[in-house]
Design a protein around this ligand. Sequence first.
Ligand code: ARG
Length: 488
Amino acid sequence: MNILRRGRLQVKQDEDIMHFTSSMEADMRIFDADIEVDKAHVVMLKEQGIIKDSECSTILSGLEKIQKEGISALDTSYEDVHIALEARLIELVGEDTGGRMHSARSRNDEVATCIRIALRTELVFLLEEVHALAATLVKTAEEHRETIMPGYTHTQHAQPTTLAHHLLAHANALLRGIERIKGAYVRTNQNPLGAAAFASTGFPINRERTTELLGFDSALSNSMDAVSTRDFMIESLSSFSNLMTDLSRLAEEFVLWSTSEFGFIELDDRYSSTSSIMPQKKNPDIAELLRAKTGTVHGALMSVLTICKALPYSYNRDLQEATPHLWRAVDTVRSSVRMASGIAGTMKVRKEKMKSATGIGFMTATELADTIVRTTGIPFRTAHHIVGASAKTGKNPTLSGLDELSLKIIGKKLSEMGLSEKAVKKALETMENIKKREVPGGPAPKETNRQIKKLASDLTIIKSDIKRIRKKIDKAREKLGNTIGEAA
Ligand code: ARG
């Protein structure tokens, strides 16, 4: 007999309705967390004198057994893991004792607590993975401080830069991604347990105790808010989406750079596929999928936002529909980050190709205009006019050519105003262009070196932060284990 429906409802649901309603599949993700929540709750109930010591130890031993059996041993005709687990407990230890576990609790606070516990673990893994990717990019940048490459705007050759500068741009974006995930973690690691259905409970529970036992940083302070909100999910998903957009741009560059047209990199065989018909093909499928999976994660964010939109307070079953999107997105973002690390860490850089591409498209034009401003004192806009006219001729700029144009445009020769042949030559030198740009953030090797050092030290701090977060969770788990050991 169904322990949930037997009182109020007489008619049995058919398979189709049960399947439509059930969250059992997605609940795989929270099975371990649910056992942990049950244990912490039961220990607290005992400590508060709400259940007897003997009842507590019987329930705990039943939970241990269920944990060992695994979720597959649960009766899937129940609508979710929480009630199926309770039913199994009652089957094992009898209703007189097992039926006391759900005192002072609802599935509403229970499920919110479980999701937060499972999600925070995923967030810590993700933080470690993004850290590893950023470290790979910084390390590769270190090897390519002097590797010249074209920088683009509008996908057109713009100004020369270095591969280090380009990779560090992506690394900086990842560091902000880490900050966003950490922010989501802070607001995820708060305890809803004790909110019960929404109105809390008349039993003298101790919310601080379950907060401590479950390793939460604090308890959510309003019981209605605690069961109603999924904003922590939305915030996490939004940090994933932002990150995936960043990764998709990196992936897109891997794809572009590995084309014959660019030829800047060659992807490792592991991160390549081939064609079933064209034997010569080496395709960047992993990077393409990375690009595509961004859509999956954005979709998950949109789904959860839309599911939660305009829901009246407090709990509604709609919320169940949000959770699978979260897990899909978590899996997708984590594996995507790992793939990006793998691609970046194994790709071969074709320095010569990058360098020769830098000679195309008059990318030193800006520096030439700047040089004219510095040597002659004419306004930048006027120098821009003259150099633009020079570019239009399609010929290599020379002092006499520039003089000819300036005579037409401003009625004066630049050489008579202080521009020398030597200055023109220097302005057209690619590495000179790069070296000149040593203001903070610029591509000059000296400056990128400083950026690399700063990022490396930021990454060290982030690493110890992640360690601290992980340690706190592990410690709480250990403490819960010990407390259970004493209570059992
Ligand atoms: N499976 C449900 C969910 O994911 C658990 C909470 C059910 N609560 C309820 N009142 N029906 O949201």
